[in-house]
Design a protein around this ligand. Structure first.
Ligand code: FPP
Length: 263
């Protein structure tokens, strides 16, 4: 029998993921299915982003990371890229006040230098205007690729070694994570991908090592609060063991290793 459809009431607030990362996919197919231009799919996708950000904040999720533009997306038609960038800029402007009202701390990761200057400027402004917030950390991954993230971290550390400031033996997982674009963010506990694709597509490769993965056939523009709850509900039914045995987890070893109760 299929489990009962989750409602907000079935979520255990004590076991919410600390960090949720989302691959927002399917805007184009959503639009095509309806005979709309692709851009209308992206505009509807921006509404989903708004709804999910609000809901994540309301639930008390600490970190939300959205994959908004991949390195590979630069190969899309120039017109689509231009309109996506314009949408992003408008979105940041529209959302700033609400972000500030709710203490959201805005952050962007990726090869941001590749973005148009006006978008970079808007990102910088939004970051600055929200950096004193004490609420959810919202990160947009833009011009982001997981392999490039790893490579730039390797280059940063190699330069430190070359300059004699770091010994190769000092490079451990924590030091490496500190050189990634995501430095300061906890690893994602839950990675959601919409639109029926079962891939990570170069998103947070290092960081997702122990993440729970949730896939749904729903196209991103249709992914709203209810489906978000479903993903969180599904997450809460998973057993997270991080390579330990069930007995070790029950003995409290995982909690001691993580320094916090297992999620
Ligand atoms: C994937 O759909 C989506 C993107 C490449 C862009 C994501 C952008 C948004 C959700 C809107 C803007 C978001 C913010 C936060 C302003 P797709 O075009 O790859 O869909 P397809 O695979 O069906 O073609």
């Amino acid at each position: 029998m299929k489990p009962l459809p989750p409602s907000p009431l079935t979520l255990d607030p004590a076991r919410l993921p600390r960090h949720v990362a989302i691959i927002m996919d399917g805007n184009g197919r959503w639009a095509k299915q309806r005979g709309y231009p692709r851009m209308r799919g992206h505009a509807a996708g921006a509404e989903s982003a708004r709804a999910v950000i609000r809901e994540a904040r309301r639930l008390g999720i600490g970190y939300l990371t959205l994959f908004a533009f991949s390195e590979e997306n630069w190969q899309r038609p120039a017109r689509e890229i231009r309109t996506l960038m314009a949408l992003l800029k408008r979105y940041l402007r529209q959302e700033l006040r609400e972000m500030q009202e709710h203490g959201i701390v805005f952050n962007a990761i990726g090869n941001l230098a590749r973005l148009p200057a006006d978008v970079q400027e808007e990102l910088r402004r939004t970051r600055e205007a929200t950096q004193n917030g004490s609420g959810m950390v919202l990160t947009l991954a833009l011009s982001y690729g997981g392999r490039s993230d790893i490579l730039q971290a390797v280059q940063t550390l190699a330069r430190e070694v070359q300059a004699g400031r770091l010994s190769p033996d000092e490079i451990d997982a924590a030091r490496f994570a500190g050189a990634l674009y995501t430095a300061g963010l906890p690893d994602p506990d839950l990675v959601i991908r919409t639109s029926g694709e079962y891939r990570l597509s170069n998103f947070l490769l290092w960081q997702s090592a122990y993440a729970e993965l949730y896939f749904t056939p729903t196209y991103w523009p249709d992914f709203r609060e209810e489906e978000f709850h479903r993903a969180l509900w599904d997450y809460q039914r998973r057993d997270r063991r991080f390579g330990l045995t069930q007995e070790q987890v029950e003995s409290g070893l995982l909690a001691r290793l993580l320094g916090a109760p297992p999620r």
